[in-house]
Design a protein around this ligand. Structure first.
Ligand code: NPW
Ligand code: ADP
Ligand code: K
Length: 464
């Protein structure tokens, strides 16, 4: 798990290091890591460093001096001023200097561009000449390595702004919001977090990693039986949306439920013809899945309230989200997409997309449930205000039916005893990791069938 910290928190953490160890060369450490990552991520060949006027430019200039030991390095001071000591080091190491036109010309030969225009001090957007250069990098398909973050982004938000598009980003100590929240995160490429000796503070925003999913997956052991692994009772689908029942049942089974009971309105023959292990009708269960594919049918409120009488936690998806009973839903997991969250809050989808953290925290605080906001970035909020971002996956998952599968996966994890927030994080992450490992336009039911292989690979990666 990684803490996601703001620019102000990073600066405070750096200040603490300077206070404890006056004169410590954090910039030297940062620059050495930038040069190291540049060497491992790019082919040999000339490097073009675009340096801004502040300390981000300083990192870039010291990295330029380092890289000049084994390849030609050209520096463009994009705002004319440059970090004094960094510039002296680059000059002493033999780096050539170019102007804006020279930088554009140099793209033809460059094996790598290092974007060190702005970092934590970045105001959103780019000066015109830099924006032109950033666009030229994309057009020429030259790999870009961003120092700390792609210049032009705001470190503290996931919003899109005119910026570099990096293939790789080197950031220090831990990630910042722009690295984990789409659409900004899409501009960062692969994010390399490097240690420069700065302690990371605990925060209420974290990012889950594959290793967390592996560690939290409820693997069975020799004393397990179908009941102890968790029985999940699934009430999904309708005459109009029969497929939703199959998809959520498939998600539950492929995530390892000990037993799936189906209590929805889709004919049993249809469910059993696809999934013969499913038991039809009510019975004891450790968790429920409600709402996927109910449609606007009558009686949703009654169905959710009746489910509550079972006294076990539920995953509440889709149409059931708008039929929540009054009172706290401790231990439950709500799985809205942005449009459904907006309807729950009485605001616009655009507002949810602009302020996802505020919105997802608000519903968790108000309902007492954990809330998984689905989309390109998946946020799981707890009533305490803590938010965990799931492992990100490719846009292939953005298709009708993925949410139904995900609800079933989360139901199995809830039935296995994971706390609701963790069931949401692990469920969303395993679906995203599966999509990342199986790139291409696989339908959601096909991806569900590939979840077990992902789980097996993740568990094999855990040291015994
Ligand atoms: N502190 C440390 O010890 C360590 C810090 N480290 C590094 O320092 C970085 C932070 O450095 P920083 O604070 O100097 O800010 P930085 O990102 O260089 O930008 C400020 C400059 O850019 C300018 N500017 C901003 N936006 C602009 C825009 N849109 N268009 C045009 N100009 C714009 C802004 O102009 P001004 O606002 O002054 O007019 C100012 O001159 C951090 O990301 C990391 O890389 C590492 O070495 C580890 C140790
Ligand atoms: N841009 C995206 N990148 C990755 N995954 C996405 C993206 N957009 C949506 N998803 C995933 O697609 C699914 C969509 O869920 P939902 O809208 O509820 O679909 P449905 O109700 O049709 O099943 C979710 O699992 C979500 O995580
Ligand atoms: K940068």
């Amino acid at each position: 798990m990684r803490a996601v910290i703001s620019a102000a928190e990073m600066r405070a953490a750096e200040e603490a290091v300077f206070a404890a160890e006056p004169g410590v060369d954090l910039m030297g450490r940062a620059a050495a890591e930038v040069a190291r990552i540049a060497r491992v991520t790019s082919p040999p060949g000339p490097v073009l460093v675009v340096a801004g006027p502040g300390n981000n430019g300083g990192d870039g200039l010291f990295a330029a001096a380092d890289l000049a030991a084994d390849r030609p390095v050209v520096v463009w001071l994009a705002m004319e001023r440059g970090h004094e000591d960094g510039l002296a080091a680059a000059r002493a190491a033999g780096c050539a200097e170019v102007d804006a036109l020279g930088a554009l010309d140099g793209l033809a030969d460059a094996a790598l561009v290092i974007d060190a225009v702005t970092g934590l001090g970045s105001r959103p957007g780019l000066p015109d000449e830099v924006a032109t250069f950033a666009a030229a990098c994309e057009a020429a398909a030259v790999p870009v390595l961003a120092v700390d973050l792609p210049s032009g982004l705001d470190a503290d938000s996931g919003r899109a702004h005119p910026s570099f598009r990096a293939h790789d980003t080197v950031t220090f100590a831990t990630v910042k919001p722009c690295h984990v929240q789409a659409p900004a995160a899409d501009r960062c490429g692969r994010v390399h977090v490097v240690d420069i000796g700065v302690d990371v503070p605990a925060t209420s925003l974290r990012q889950a990693e594959e290793s967390d999913v592996a560690a939290w997956w409820p693997a069975p052991h020799s004393a397990s039986d179908k009941y102890s692994r968790g029985v999940v009772m699934v009430d999904t689908g309708s005459a109009q949306y029969q497929g939703a029942a199959l998809l959520s049942v498939s998600g539950a089974l492929h995530a390892g439920a000990g037993m799936v009971r189906y209590t929805g309105r889709v004919p049993s023959g249809l469910v059993l013809s696809r999934f013969p292990s499913v038991v039809m009708g009510e019975g004891r269960a450790q968790a429920m899945v409600l709402g996927s594919g109910w449609g606007d049918g009558e009686g949703s409120e009654g169905r959710v309230s009746a489910a509550r009488l079972h006294g076990v936690p539920a995953v509440v998806d889709a149409d059931a989200l708008h039929a929540l009973p009054a009172g706290r839903l401790d231990g439950w997991l709500l799985t809205p997409h942005a449009g459904e969250l907006a309807r729950m809050l009485g605001c616009t989808r655009a507002h949810v997309e602009a302020e996802p953290l505020v919105c997802v925290r608000e519903v968790a605080r108000h309902t007492g449930a954990a809330v998984l906001l689905k989309g390109a970035t998946q946020y799981v909020a707890e009533p305490s205000g803590r938010v965990t971002v799931a492992v990100a996956g490719p846009g292939w998952t953005a298709q009708a039916g993925s949410g139904d599968v995900l609800a079933g996966i989360c139901g199995s994890l809830l039935a296995a005893g994971l706390p609701a927030w963790r069931a949401g994080v692990v469920g969303a992450s395993v679906q995203a990791i599966t999509a990342a490992r199986n790139p291409g336009p696989h339908p959601p039911d096909e991806l569900a069938r590939r979840v077990p292989a992902t789980v097996a690979e993740l568990l094999a990666s855990v040291p015994q």
